[in-house]
Design a protein around this ligand. Structure first.
Ligand SMILES: [Zn+2]
Length: 71
């Protein structure tokens, strides 16, 4: 990303600056708050649990299939 022009005062803003050095206009959304970060971590943990349950379910299906056809 090259320099960005401030939409408020048209001053060039060089990355990684998040605010215009001249007028302080915010060019990028602020970093996530602590609560939002915690929420994202909870979401990732939930996704992991779902993935593990899915694997266990598929193993169970495969096991049932083997059981039904080989025994
Ligand atoms: Zn500005």
């Amino acid at each position: 990303m090259g320099p960005v022009t401030c939409p408020e005062c048209a001053a060039p803003v060089l990355p990684p600056a998040r605010t215009c050095p001249r007028c302080g206009y915010p060019l990028a959304p602020p970093p996530p708050t602590e609560a939002e970060t915690r929420e994202m971590r909870a979401g990732a943990a939930a996704a992991k649990i779902v993935a593990v349950l899915l694997v266990l379910y598929m193993l169970g299906v495969a096991g049932t299939f083997v059981y039904d056809h080989l025994l």
